[in-house]
Design a binder for this molecule. Structure first.
Ligand code: ADP
Length: 495
């Protein structure tokens, strides 16, 4: 219904457009062949007025009819066409009163042709049935997959290798606030308003296209979608290429997950962290001030025990203040407000300063410096010192019982590289990338050693923002070496 006449004709006449349709008729081949042979009779008797004019051509017509109907209506169609053709041959023999040798040869020919027809009808018809059922199976499979895709609680987009959308489920519409029509080519313009990391989204860099072009899987990139109704959504989008048997990329699929709620919770948490650490810092500064006054008074009094206590108080105040400082840094980093002051500074002097102020706190460990950079570096000296201090603090914290920490400094290739090596608990290989993430702590160390899991996150951000790299080499039970390298002239990078 609703199909145009041409399509309807094509469906009935062109056997190719019936591929995958397992509806085989016996009536149509029967009447069609009878119709053709009736025309042949009318031509011979009424037009040429010579019944003998029905010649060899009838054999070719019947072969064509058997082939056509075997393909159109499978074995059933082929057999019906074979029957009617043989029937017509017998009718010719009977109606023309063939006799003697002629009768025998004609009957023989009819018999042979009949065998050929049935064999042909069987082979072609059987092939046709096989093709139809495999097409039908494929279509069923596709429908099953489509139903699953439509029901998924995540958005799914599938595009061919040219970036043309082949499949898009209802959830995509919910998440994007707009429908992406099938056939739409991604990469030219954006249907919706999207930003990624605060920057305008470049359509040609969409995860789906990148998966098609690079053949790599894109994992969990975050996007902000601005809906027309003002309700924005944060989406996490992944995409991966689809290969054919030969390993060529033929399409790609992309999955969108709504992470708006998580994001809002995280924002709330970050905001709270920012306010709380800021509010804690103010009274702490006063406590530190009063402790300093107290220290002077105690010194004047000359009470040794009291001096010992006030020194300890100082140490704990410093620890608390560094913890609060770290928390403040995290919330500034989240808000993109961590400031950097670029200046030229003596790299070795900065390292030595960090080591000596650390060594002052510990008798157990010897912090050994190896090598030097002999370089003046442009970057944020105090932020970089913060990184060294953090790595040293971890080296001591995570090597209970050890005696030594080695700080090595090298230069080369317009960059300086620092390694902080400890002989402590080490880090399992599969955790070595994770430890630079915010609030991540290796479970084994959580039980024994206290910490917030933000030191390495801040360190990594500080190094990346100055155009450098940070990494770790470690073996469980043997110790770890944390490295960072910085360009001699820091390039200012946005996070
Ligand atoms: P914190 O030390 O406060 O937990 P960090 O961000 O500095 O936070 O470190 C994250 C995690 O990485 C730590 O919890 C610890 O499990 C692991 N880690 C860091 N430095 C070392 C080290 N030198 N040796 C072993 N594990 C370490």
């Amino acid at each position: 219904m609703g199909r145009s006449l041409l399509l309807e004709l094509d469906y009935h006449l062109n056997p190719l457009s019936r591929l995958g349709v397992r509806r085989y008729s016996a009536v149509i081949p029967f009447f069609s062949t009878i119709f053709v042979y009736t025309i042949s009779e009318i031509l011979a008797n009424q037009v040429f007025h010579n019944p003998e004019s029905v010649g060899l051509y009838v054999i070719f017509i019947s072969i064509a009819l058997v082939m056509y109907f075997s393909f159109r209506d499978a074995i059933r169609g082929g057999f019906v066409a074979s029957f009617t053709s043989i029937g017509y041959f017998l009718y010719i023999i009977w109606s023309r009163n063939y006799e003697g040798r002629r009768l025998v040869t004609s009957l023989e020919t009819t018999l042979i042709l009949g065998a050929v027809f049935f064999l042909m009808a069987f082979v072609i018809g059987w092939l046709k049935e096989k093709i139809d059922s495999s097409i039908e199976r494929e279509a069923d499979e596709k429908r099953r997959l489509q139903t699953i895709i439509q029901q998924l609680p995540v958005g799914v987009l599938i595009a061919d290798k040219y970036g043309r959308i082949l499949e898009s489920n209802q959830q995509v519409e919910v998440l994007l606030g707009k429908k992406i029509p099938i056939g739409y080519v991604i990469g030219k313009e954006s249907i919706v308003k999207v930003t990624q990391g605060g920057k305008e989204f470049v359509p040609s860099k969409s995860p789906l296209l990148r998966a098609i072009n690079s053949g790599k899987t894109i994992v969990g990139e975050e996007f902000l979608i601005e809906h027309d109704d003002g309700k924005n959504k944060y989406l996490q989008i992944s995409a991966s290429p689809i290969h054919n048997k030969k390993g060529q990329i033929i399409a790609a699929a992309s999955i969108m997950t709504d992470i708006t709620q998580q994001k809002e919770m995280q924002d709330l948490k970050d905001e709270f962290l920012g306010i709380a650490s800021h509010e804690l810092k103010t009274p702490l500064t006063s406590i530190k001030g009063y402790a300093q006054i107290l220290e002077r008074i105690i010194e004047e009094m000359g009470n040794k025990k009291a001096k010992q206590y006030i020194n300890k108080t100082h140490r704990y105040i410093d620890r608390l203040s560094s913890l609060i400082g770290d928390l403040l840094d995290v919330s500034k980093l989240q808000a993109g407000k961590l400031e950097f002051n670029y200046e030229e500074y003596d790299f070795d002097a900065m390292i030595e300063e960090a080591i000596s102020s650390f060594q002052a706190f510990t008798d157990q460990y010897e912090i050994v410096k190896k090598g030097s950079s002999n370089k003046k570096v442009i970057g944020d000296s105090s932020r970089t010192e913060q990184v060294v201090t953090n790595l040293l603090s971890n080296a001591l914290k995570y090597s209970p019982g050890a005696k030594k920490v080695i700080v090595s400094v090298k230069n080369g290739n317009n960059q300086v590289t620092v390694g902080v090596q400890d002989f402590g608990i080490g880090i399992a290989r599969n955790k070595q990338k994770e430890i630079f993430k915010r609030f991540y702590r290796v479970e084994e160390s959580v039980e024994k050693i206290s910490g917030l899991g933000i030191g390495l996150y801040i360190s990594a951000e500080i190094i990346h923002r100055q155009g450098g790299k940070i990494w770790v080499e470690s073996r469980e039970g043997e110790g770890s070496t944390f490295y960072f390298s910085l360009p001699i002239k820091a390039s200012k990078k946005r996070t």
